[in-house]
Design a protein around this ligand. Structure first.
Ligand code: PBE
Length: 267
């Protein structure tokens, strides 16, 4: 095959994240759909990926990563998604909240709050940028809640406070979920009186924990594409209480200075 200039420049590598992430599955699908047989998807973590991105940007080097919004990298840097005419990554994603069966009966106020909790990508970005700039996530949650009292009041209106009942949330350490989970934890503790532990786990255990009832909830279900395999496997054993954020997106991402626009250009 004729070698591809961009491919040669980046060593035919796409910089990925944790192997369990849905975006890794979508990217393998994209390699198939676009017949990119020369390419390798490199596993790592989202923090290793953003470190490599920052290094490339500093030198204006080419790089291709598995990216998504909302994420602070899109606020901080000039990046673009590659067009995906074959829709390997689907269209827009939404982030849904999944709770364990029986939560409604056991902790009605927590259940109702989790059912109501939703915010926008711009609102989430405020918190993500503070965390990226070095603020402790719990501190960033407090700051956000104090700056958005109306929203917090809407989520908690009329709910009866708990007396220190314990709750467990779980999440994967993606920047978007670090933000949402810390905010939910902050509101559950400070407005509703729960004692919350948030467990950072891999994507598989995140779902099995809620399905087994060991964990009360997760706010990290990206659908319809990114978490589809887990969602389909576990939906009968959990309860989906709905969308907590609309307008998310995943795809191959490059610095704006790179002279390609579509995944098709990688062939
Ligand atoms: N993400 C961010 C996740 C969901 C949140 C796109 C990396 C995933 O790929 O599963």
């Amino acid at each position: 095959a004729e070698r591809n200039a961009v491919g040669q420049a980046v060593n035919y590598q796409i910089v990925g994240i944790d192997p369990g992430a849905g975006i890794m599955t979508s990217t393998k699908q994209a390699l198939e759909d676009y017949d990119l047989t020369d390419w390798t998807l490199v596993e790592g973590s989202s923090s290793a990926m953003t470190a490599m991105l920052e290094k490339a940007l500093k030198n204006e080097d080419p790089i291709i990563i598995t990216g998504w919004t909302p994420h602070w990298m899109f606020n901080k840097y000039d990046l673009k998604f590659l067009e995906d005419p074959l829709k390997s990554y689907g269209d827009a994603e939404e982030i849904r909240t999944i709770v364990r069966k029986g939560l409604k009966e056991d902790h009605p106020a927590a259940y109702e709050f989790l059912d109501r909790f939703n915010w926008t990508a711009d609102e989430m970005a405020e918190m993500m940028i503070d965390i990226q700039d070095g603020m402790d996530p719990q501190q960033a949650a407090k700051k956000w809640a104090e700056a958005h009292k109306d929203k917090v009041a809407e989520w908690t209106k009329g709910l009866r406070s708990s007396n220190g009942e314990t709750l467990k949330l779980s999440y994967v350490s993606w920047d978007s979920e670090i933000a949402s989970t810390n905010l939910a934890e902050y509101v559950l503790e400070n407005e509703l009186g729960y004692n919350v532990t948030s467990l950072q786990v891999e994507m598989g255990p995140m779902w099995t924990g809620v399905a087994a009832g060991d964990v009360d909830a997760t706010l990290a279900a990206w659908m319809p594409v990114t978490s589809a395999a887990y969602y389909d496997r576990y939906i009968d054993k959990v309860e989906d209480v709905g969308v907590n954020m609309e307008g998310a997106r995943t795809g191959l991402t490059v610095p704006a200075y790179m002279d390609i626009d579509s995944i098709e250009d990688l062939k």
